[in-house]
Structures are given as C-alpha cells and as structure tokens.
Design a protein around this ligand. Structure first.
Ligand code: TRP
Ligand code: SF4
Length: 349
C-alpha cells in the first residue's frame, strides 16, 4: 500500500502482552480481527514487552522468548508487514517519554479506580503488585495509544476500561495544552472498536485461558489437538451413547459453532439430538475443523521459524516506522509542555 493512500485511511492501534505462544482464544478474540483490519486501515500492532514487566519484573527470564513467540504468532496468523506496522513496544522509546509526561497530569485516583487494579492485585498470587509500575500500567497503555493519534483501538471487553481512561487522559491533556503550531488539539480521543469474541471454551469447558491451562495453541500439531479434545466434557445429560444430547449446552458444540462449516454443524445437531452419533465421533469432527483452521497458520509460522533473521528485520523496520510516527506526535507534545530544544528565540539576533 502506498504512503499516499495510507494517509487517507483511518488509523488503528492495538497491542498484546507477550504471554508466550498464543492460543485459539487469543486468535479468535483479537488476532483474526487484526488480520481483517490491516486491509482497511492504517494499522499499528505491537507487542507490549514493558507491560509484561509490570507483573513479571522479578523473573524476566521468559520475556525475550515470549516476545519472539508472539511476533511469530502475529506473522503466522497472517499479519502482513507489507500491510501493517508490526513492532515491539520497548523498541520505540517515545512511549516511555509520553508515559512520563502523562504521569505529571494524571490524578492518582484515576489509576486506583481502574477496575483491574485492585482485582488483579488480589487475584494474582505469588507476585508483589504494590509497585508504581503496576499502578501506572494503564497510563503506559494510554501513552501507547495516544502517541499514534489513532481513530480506533480494537480491544476485547476486558480492555474497554483502559481505553476509557485513555480518553480521559487525552481530554485532560487537551484542556491544558494545544499545538504551538496550529493551536488545535494534539491528542484526539480514540474510539474503542469492540472485538466480537465468540464463546470459546477451553478443554475443561471453562473459558479458554492460559491461566486455566486449558488452551489449544496455534502451534499444537494435529495429534496434540486430537489428544486435548478427546477428554473434553460434553453435555452432562448424555451419560450413555443412547442418550440424546444438546450441542447448545456442550463445550464441543460451542467449538463446532466457531470452527466447523454449516454442513458439519447440521450433522452435529441431527446426530446429537437423536443419539445417532457418539461424542467420540463428534469430537473427531471438531478436531478436523480446528486442524483445518490451524494448517495455514502453522505453515506460515514454520517458514518464519526457518528465517528468524527475517523476523528481526520485520520488527526493526516496524520500530523505525512506528518511531517516526510517534516522534511526530512527541514534537508537538514537547513543545506544548515547554520542552523546546531551542531555548533561545532566534529572531532576537
Ligand atoms: N493491556 C493490554 C492487554 O493486557 C495490552 C496493551 C498494552 C494494549 N498497550 C495497549 C492494548 C494499547 C491496546 C492498546 O492485553
Ligand atoms: Fe457434545 Fe457432540 Fe456429544 Fe452432542 S454429540 S454432547 S455436541 S460432543
């Protein structure tokens, strides 16, 4: 896509923490949506490695590998470096600078009231989260977002409060400061683009989540996918093979709705409600559907895995593009906040 046409497109920004190899929940709830967005918008997608340190500061041994794994999964999922800007947060130092400047204007109460703050502090055991970085991470997120002056931020429901805080920070910033060049707003308020995420149960029937250990990874080979699906719980009413069941109350049925084609879904409903099929057969079909979904993803991943230098080059080029866009915003921000590099008015001489 040429620069002139990308200048006319609306801008989109989103990020993801490097939690390690991504699973089907990450894919259906975010990545797959990003892959669509890259065709319509001027997209910036990044891996939030600084955010990982807000909780994992005491043991950062996995951060580097997790960041690489997420980069590989981004590319494997179909994010195309020709169509969007892919980068690592810590490679673009301007995020940290804007975070610092935001810290000057943000009332502590705004951060203490973020719903995830107290919640996660209580729920994540074994980690001391009474740190400055943990309290401030939604503000870092505000900087991540606003520095690109995006129109839209695609996120799941769990991140909506953070984008709302971002909008409040933008509003407060704009009340204090305007562009020294144009006198207009420097940080427009972006809008949430709520990612529709289907009900996606993990292998234990609860929501698929890394913390439950019930995930199917994008990298799981076919035998692993089958092995994970085999022991899944089904409609509890189907005790015996001869008992009819209901796919609407069965986690396997939920997976069919997400991954299977209409013909298969019709077969599942007919066979399940009449006890015409067994759950083992039904699970085999859903495994087929998932394996089919994963095949092109795994094919792309293995190509990139064999050329990690290329991955590094993609991220370097992404950081460069992101930096130059971020720097554009920062020049306005610095000026507006009295941080001029030229302290002396040249017109005097
Ligand atoms: N906090 C987000 C998460 O946990 C990741 C993130 C960091 C992000 N900065 C962002 C998402 C900016 C959207 C925009 O998933
Ligand atoms: Fe679930 Fe399929 Fe068994 Fe029906 S046949 S209960 S949908 S696994």
């Amino acid at each position: 896509m040429s620069n002139s046409s990308s200048a006319l497109k609306r801008r989109v920004l989103s990020g993801m923490r490097p939690t390690g190899k991504l699973h089907l929940g990450n894919y259906m709830g975010a990545l797959r949506n990003w892959v669509d967005l890259q065709n319509k918008y001027d997209c910036y997608f990044f891996i939030a490695d600084w955010h990982a340190l807000t909780t994992d500061y005491a043991d950062p041994s996995q951060v580097r590998q997790n960041t690489l794994d997420v980069a590989l999964d981004f590319l494997a999922a179909g994010l195309d470096p020709e169509k969007c800007v892919l980068f690592v947060q810590s490679h673009v130092k301007q995020h940290a600078e804007l975070h610092l400047l935001f810290s000057m204007i943000t009332p502590l109460g705004w951060l203490e009231r973020v719903p995830t703050y107290k919640e996660q502090q209580e729920n994540i055991s074994g980690k001391d989260l009474s740190t400055y970085g943990f309290l401030g991470y939604p503000l870092l997120q505000a900087a991540d977002i606003l520095i690109y002056q995006p129109d839209y931020v695609p996120v799941g429901q769990d991140q909506v409060a953070h984008v709302e805080l971002t909008r409040e920070v933008a509003r407060r910033f704009n009340q204090f400061y305007q562009s020294k060049h144009t006198g207009t707003e420097i940080l427009p308020e972006p809008q949430v683009l709520l990612t529709p995420s289907p009900k996606l149960p993990g292998t234990d029937g609860r929501k698929m989540s890394k913390s439950y250990g019930n995930t199917i990874l994008l990298t799981d080979p076919e035998p692993v996918v089958r092995q994970k699906i085999k022991p899944m719980v089904t409609d509890p009413a189907r005790v015996r093979r001869t008992d009819p069941g209901n796919p609407d109350v069965c986690p396997v049925g939920d997976l069919h709705k997400v991954f299977s084609d209409p013909e298969t879904i019709t077969k599942v409903y007919a066979g399940c409600t009449s006890a015409g099929i067994g759950c083992i057969e039904c699970k085999g079909w859903v495994a087929d559907s998932i394996v089919r979904e994963l095949a092109p993803i795994q094919e792309r991943r293995s190509k990139y895995e064999q050329d990690l230098v290329r991955v590094q080059e993609v991220l370097n080029a992404g950081a460069k593009k992101a930096s130059s866009r971020a720097e554009q915003t920062m020049q306005e921000v610095r000026m507006a906040m009295g941080l001029a590099e030229n302290l002396v008015d040249k017109a005097v001489r």
